[in-house]
Design a protein around this ligand. Structure first.
Ligand SMILES: NC(=O)c1ccc[n+]([C@@H]2O[C@H](COP(=O)([O-])OP(=O)(O)OC[C@H]3O[C@@H](n4cnc5c(N)ncnc54)[C@H](O)[C@@H]3O)[C@@H](O)[C@H]2O)c1
Length: 445
């Protein structure tokens, strides 16, 4: 089938490449001309494991093209995916102006009835707004819209986006007509033929809501375990063992029960806020989500409190922060917890050195005063403490003896509970862990 993908960011580019891999003829469209120029030359706009090879292979096979000209992408497409950003506005509501512009692009350039598929995460009932925009545009041009609008939410995770898209846990399609359902089923059939997963066919509103409910639930699970961590710290218990034991219960599951710095990235913070806002607009106060957000903000304060406790004044201290990406496997720093921590450390007068295997270029403008270390060794060398903020393998595998040798003071704050605390302690290091009993004997005493 001929497919247009509007917005070739993390979601759009992955969707476009994977649809091409399943035999569809895909054109990726973006209004960022530099991004399209780069893609046409085979350069990737962001780091996502495996995506560069797939994009290049599908482009070479002629199934995937890129353009900034709607006239080259939209006419003839049976399905036009909207994969543009939906950032948060000051009041917490999502900014849907890019979605509206993308819909207008279809209205202006489609020459035959097209199924417009929302893949961007949007509030429930956005489908009706898109339908309205298409209808008004058609009327303005003296006709009637024959386009249909469906919701096909995306559940990929950055870092494993290709695998998640090629082999999803489920495909959710919301449509309000048989015809639209049939088109979408035909689109996904090659995937379903090679990968067995549930295909959830529903109406547009329900599909829109599934996405926000899923992300809000996962975020709440993270905040739940972070609250349990706060109780563990005060009670002298260990949250990791609590989470492991809870996770053995299949009704609970171990995933997303990782106490740490809380959730970040381009989706959870934005989607929780949006869902809270939408519920409010619909007359329901989803207070649980407000609490999820409060606990998440609190989680980001933990490392600096630990460093203060272990180092006393931070003003004359050097802290090595390992990791700035919001999680391993990506260079995305949007709403990354490490950024707040770095800001707070700097505000307290600490000298901050940061390292990340791939994300440093993305924080160049935000922290001009912070030293961006070229490698882990120069980040750690002579620092008074190390803070593990993103659990990249490269950091997790660091030999404890190496840490002990490089640090000026033997102080480790593991904000991801990723290091083997006993092995670190065996090297004479003092280790603060999330949701563990507080360090009783201060380092040096
Ligand atoms: N990133 C994720 O892990 C993820 C997962 C699931 C869902 N989502 C949702 O998918 C949507 C896109 O997220 P993303 O991370 O891919 O965003 P992104 O910022 O990486 O990419 C968005 C792209 O859309 C382009 N764009 C914006 N307006 C446009 C327009 N009118 N016409 C053409 N191109 C336009 C931008 O230039 C950019 O390239 C969001 O709603 C997000 O919540 C993201």
């Amino acid at each position: 089938m001929k497919v247009a993908v509007i917005g070739v960011g993390h979601v759009g580019l992955t969707t476009a490449a994977c649809l091409a891999a399943d035999g569809h003829e895909v054109v990726g469209l973006d209004d960022d001309e530099a991004r399209i120029d780069d893609l046409q030359e085979g350069a990737m706009p962001f780091y996502e494991p495996g995506l560069d090879d797939l994009v290049r292979a599908e482009a070479k096979a002629g199934r995937l093209r890129f353009s900034h000209e709607p006239a080259e992408a939209i006419p003839g497409a049976e399905v036009a995916f909207i994969c543009v950003g939906t950032p948060t506005r000051a009041d917490g509501s999502p900014d849907l102006s890019a979605v509206q512009r993308a819909a207008a692009t279809v209205a202006t350039h489609a020459q035959s009835p097209t199924v417009v598929a929302e893949k961007s995460t949007v509030p429930v009932r956005t489908g009706e707004r898109i339908k309205q925009a298409l209808a008004l545009e058609a009327q303005a041009q003296g006709g009637a819209s024959a386009h249909e609008v469906v919701s096909n939410p995306e559940f990929l995770r950055e870092g494993t986006a290709v695998e998640d898209t090629l082999r999803p846990d489920r495909v959710v399609v919301g449509a309000d007509t048989e015809r639209a359902h049939a088109v979408m089923r035909r689109l996904w059939q090659p995937l379903l033929d090679r990968h067995d997963c549930p295909y959830v066919a529903t109406d547009v509103r329900t599909a829109e809501l599934i996405k926000h409910a899923s992300n809000a639930f996962l975020a709440t699970k993270i905040s739940f375990i972070n609250s349990v961590a706060r109780v563990c710290e005060r009670a002298g218990a260990d949250v990791e063992t609590v989470a492991d034991a809870m996770g053995h219960d299949p009704r609970i599951g171990r995933a997303f029960l990782n106490a740490g710095l809380g959730y970040g990235g381009s989706c959870f913070p934005k989607d929780v806020q949006a869902f809270l806002h939408i519920a409010g607009d619909l007359g329901y106060d989803f207070g649980l989500l407000r609490e999820t957000e409060r606990v998440n903000r609190e989680a980001r304060l933990w490392p600096v409190a630990q460093l203060r406790r272990l180092l006393w004044n931070l003003s004359d201290k050097t802290v090595a922060v390992l990791g700035v990406a919001f999680k391993p496997g990506t260079d995305d720093v949007r709403a990354a917890p490490a950024l707040d921590v770095i800001e707070e450390l700097s505000a307290e007068g600490a000298t901050v050195r940061i390292h990340d295997p791939v994300a440093l270029p993305n924080v160049r403008d935000r922290f001009p005063e912070v030293t961006r270390a070229e490698d882990v060794t120069s980040c750690l060398d002579g620092a008074h403490a190390v803070l593990l903020a993103t659990e990249w393998d490269e950091y997790v595998q660091l030999p404890p003896a190496r840490l002990a040798q490089l640090l000026a003071y033997p102080i480790v704050v593991d904000a991801r509970n990723a290091w083997d605390a006993d092995a670190l302690r065996a090297q004479g290091l003092t280790v603060a862990r999330v949701g563990a009993p507080q360090v009783e004997v201060l380092p040096g005493l």
